[in-house]
Design a protein around this ligand. Sequence first.
Ligand SMILES: C[S@@+](CC[C@H](N)C(=O)[O-])C[C@H]1O[C@@H](n2cnc3c(N)ncnc32)[C@H](O)[C@@H]1O
Ligand SMILES: [Zn+2]
Length: 277
Amino acid sequence: MLSKREKLFLAAEALGCLACPTCGAALTRTGDDFACGHRHRINVNRKGCLNVLSAQVDSCYDADLFAARGRVFDAGCYNAVADAIESLLPEGSHRLLDAGCGDGWYLNALLARHADWCGAGIDISRDAILQATNHPCTALWCVGDLRRLPFGDDSFTAVLDVLTPANYEEFRRVLAPGGLLIKVYPGSGYLQELRDARRLPPYEEGQVDAYLREKAVVTGEQHVLVQHPVTPALWRDFVWMTPLMQDLSAEEKNAIAQRPARTVTIDLHVAACRVEG
Ligand SMILES: C[S@@+](CC[C@H](N)C(=O)[O-])C[C@H]1O[C@@H](n2cnc3c(N)ncnc32)[C@H](O)[C@@H]1O
Ligand SMILES: [Zn+2]
């Protein structure tokens, strides 16, 4: 079985598009690391990921959140979203970038279905990327900022941006001609039961939608609307996995976890777009 480091090198070779975060020149493998022609080096750590951040960033997303997210994904709650993403991608082999990939579930799900696809996942949270490296797929996992992607121009056939802030200029730069941005954003009913538990109003879906259509041309859309049955244990994981609860203390989250709903609403828009300028 390949080690995590070996998988990262294989993925980097398949993609062949790593760019130096300092000068933008191509990065190539030098023994156990990567370097550019200007001798800037990027270390690959033992966990099998790259870190291209110049300074560690404090993220409100911690390891507990990503562990809970992982269990929610494993329960199948987001399978319909992965199906929708896949159905919006054109036939053929893909080079995917999952921007703000979190624990990398979507990238792993898509690579597991298509042996000839390759991909990279980037997230600003180290905890997220460390969890992502546990997936069986061979992908290039990177701690970095989607506002300055460590990839050359025209590198990917599709960029996934799932419930994550977008940087349309960077997405346009790294997308190959004809490439697609797949943007996933909440509908008004998304996680309604969790919002009700905190008496929060529904999501305002109009703002993201309007901004997306200002920045990109939507060429295909799917609406995922599922009321997923939840056990008390899965409800607890939803409470711990969602940024909606991140300002609460552990005691407050536990109190909400002890009043489980029977279902959780997954209401997400999946849009395929062209961001050519
Ligand atoms: C709600 S989570 C979604 C994660 C994943 N796409 C999913 O659907 O499970 C938002 C993610 O965006 C990441 N993120 C936020 N700002 C970022 C940035 N500037 N660069 C890279 N990742 C970022 C966070 O660390 C977090 O993992
Ligand atoms: Zn360099």
